[in-house]
Design a protein around this ligand. Sequence first.
Ligand code: ZN
Ligand code: ZN
Length: 201
Amino acid sequence: MADLEIACVCGQVKGVFRNTGPGYGSRVICYCRDCQAAAHHLGHPEALDECGGTDLFITTPERMALQSGADKLGCFRFSPNGPRRWYTTCCNTHIGNSPQDAATPFISLNLACATPGTRAVVGHSTRGMMVRDARNEPNVPRRIAGMSRKLLFEVVLRTLLATLRGKRGTTPFVRDGEPVAEAVMLSREVRAEALASAGFK
Ligand SMILES: [Zn+2]
Ligand SMILES: [Zn+2]
């Protein structure tokens, strides 16, 4: 176990997941069009891998703390039921996604914002999700269509256990039970623009 450090592109937002390791989360690369569109919308397509993948560590945020820039979190979503997509307002770095109910102890952290020296702390990704939307042929050992049963089980179990430990609401994204930033719902036009920029019609 070691610390996983995160930082936005401009360095104003810095955070850490303390004492974490491969057993504390699920590694998955998501190739879905919305994740690709989100990276383009934020102006950081370089955060995607060469196949358009977003490298995620799906975990609970209880070990996460922001050391600076806590006032620089913004949030948007593409659809009313879509995930809250958290980013930094200083330089549009995507941090991760949380569910509709922001107090749920769940975060799919975008490892593109993890500092390269600490990224290996969470192990290596073996699963590719929504590979049908990938830009090229990804080299992932296992492919899952959406949330596979095993992945869903891992994520639900971890979230449930954190809830039972009283960690509901223990996240940098929630203060006094309320999300620190409103999830701005993007218009259909803006989403279409982001998708087009990512190469989807
Ligand atoms: Zn920044
Ligand atoms: Zn996705």
